[in-house]
Design a protein around this ligand. Structure first.
Ligand SMILES: Cc1cc2nc3c(=O)[nH]c(=O)nc-3n(C[C@H](O)[C@H](O)[C@H](O)COP(=O)(O)OP(=O)(O)OC[C@H]3O[C@@H](n4cnc5c(N)ncnc54)[C@H](O)[C@@H]3O)c2cc1C
Length: 442
């Protein structure tokens, strides 16, 4: 606290500002809702975090697909207020590519379209799982898949797809996220699917919203315009709990009353110089997979019936590709398309990006998405080090201890990588609202 004098010349204490680290959606939402003095610092030269967009040669690219699922009425109102007319609702058109054919997503309700012998195997195993095996031995993601969906669905789609995305053995993944993210159809739905009734309304992403112009960055940009005290190119490199200060790479130093940190939690722990050894050790098991994101601007117009396609088979290096120009006509020049391709890899491990890019293009030609390399107008690659938080035993056992310790020090670690969870833009806006309300009440 700083000492000061009020208008009557009486002494009083001025509270240090709340220091917000990171100007992604969580940091911006915190700033927007805070009624206390704050300063917000972002290490990059632009706000928005993972919700930035890149416009190259008239093609708009996000950090892979960034679709809005506006489940919370308060957040829906905020987003509509921020984006005005610049937003449109879409009904999901997504598919699974398996055995050389497209199966509507979710696979677990539409696998009847596969060759009869595979469909029969999947249905039989599903009935067995639901009838005899429900929740048996399900103490990790691997056994949960078998117990909820049966061996067939797990073998053909769920296991290979999830292994490709998470890059860790599925038996090391806990179950605290699955209910929210993995659609679990009832037996009736599955039987109807096998009999040919297309099911497409399952899951959290059956409908989504997307800006008409400017990519997903339109959202953080609108929010950024409503906050003050934003400092770009300022990377926090050291926090002292004792002195209650943050030091930046620029050598600037600031005192804080509280910190709202939205930087990845393991990185936050690393820069706190007086962090207890026990907390440091506990944070070491927190882990994420990374995503190498290849974005292509194409000279051709792609099928409008595709928003995105999942690829479980090993021969394809990517686990998904999506067509942004089918969410927004402005994402590519007329008659052209903008696509994103997602390749996951273990965090901390290197991948040969040149090789992956070449293999990806080869596979796109094989899949007849493009006829040859001449269809590619623009390439923009992005690397996402912290992409999907892995729900492992370290997270289950220690995350709460770490967050509670930090809160006792006045540091609130929030957002997708701050609170280390599998959360959405909607959740990031809520996280900012909630922490601002808490701090406003102090
Ligand atoms: C591949 C992928 C696809 C996704 N798709 C969707 C989707 O379709 N729909 C959806 O709702 N959500 C999606 N998400 C999730 C969404 O991106 C996040 O929920 C949201 O962007 C999180 O915002 P945040 O502010 O918490 O984090 P971030 O956006 O990561 O912001 C954190 C900020 O902190 C900054 N920072 C880091 N270290 C420092 C430091 N030392 N000093 C200062 N600043 C620092 C970073 O530069 C960054 O700007 C996706 C995420 C990924 C990875």
């Amino acid at each position: 606290m700083e000492a000061g004098k009020d208008q009557n010349g009486e002494g009083f204490k001025v509270k240090e500002p709340v220091v917000i680290l990171g100007a992604g959606l969580t940091g911006l939402s915190t700033a927007y809702h805070l009624k206390r003095d704050y300063q917000i610092f972002e290490k990059e030269d632009e706000a928005g975090g993972l919700c930035r967009s890149h416009i190259v040669n008239g093609f708009s690219f996000d950090y892979t697909g960034h679709l809005l699922f506006l489940k919370d009425p308060g957040i829906k109102k905020l987003v509509f207020d921020l984006l005005g007319n610049n937003i449109k609702c879409h009904s999901r058109k997504s598919w699974v590519y398996l055995k050389d054919q497209l199966i509507p997503f979710p696979f677990q309700a539409n696998f009847g379209l596969l060759p009869a012998s595979i469909a029969k195997e999947c249905l039989g195993d599903f009935i067995f799982a639901r009838g005899y095996n429900k929740n048996k031995d399900a103490n990790n993601f691997s056994s949960w898949l078998n117990s909820r969906f049966g061996k067939g669905l797990t073998k053909y789609f769920l296991r290979p797809y999830n292994e490709k995305m998470w890059r860790v053995p599925l038996s090391r993944i806990t179950l605290d996220w699955v209910e929210k993210f993995i659609p679990q159809p009832e037996l009736d739905d599955v039987v109807e699917g096998v009999l040919g009734k297309k099911k497409d309304k399952y899951g959290y992403n059956a409908e989504f919203w997307y800006p008409e112009k400017g990519g997903i960055f339109s959202l953080p940009r609108a929010l950024k315009n409503r906050v003050k005290n934003l400092h770009l190119n300022e990377e926090a490199v050291e926090i002292s709990l004792k002195k209650k200060t943050v030091r930046f790479r620029s050598k600037k130093e600031i005192s804080y009353s509280n910190i709202v940190s939205t930087m990845p939690l393991p990185e936050l722990i690393k820069i706190i110089k007086d962090i207890p050894a026990e907390i440091k050790t506990k944070s070491k098991g927190l882990s994420c997979c990374s995503v190498f994101n290849i974005n292509l601007g194409l000279n051709i117009q792609l099928d409008p019936n595709i928003h995105w396609i999942y690829f479980p088979e090993k021969k394809y290096p990517f686990y998904r590709y999506g067509v942004i120009s089918n969410f927004s006509g402005n994402a590519a020049p007329a008659g052209k398309s903008s696509i994103y391709i997602e390749i996951s890899y273990s965090s901390g491990k290197k991948i040969n990006k040149k090789h992956v890019l070449e293999d990806t293009i080869k596979r796109l030609i094989e899949l007849k998405v493009i006829s040859d390399k001449n269809d590619i107008n623009t390439i923009k690659t992005l690397d996402i080090k912290y992409a999907y938080v892995i729900y492992n035993s370290a997270r289950k056992n220690y995350l709460r201890d770490i967050l509670e310790y930090l809160e006792k020090q006045g540091i609130y670690s929030r957002g997708r990588y701050g609170s280390f969870d599998y959360s959405s833009m909607n959740d990031a806006l809520i996280a900012g609202t909630d922490i601002a309300e808490k701090l406003n009440a102090e």
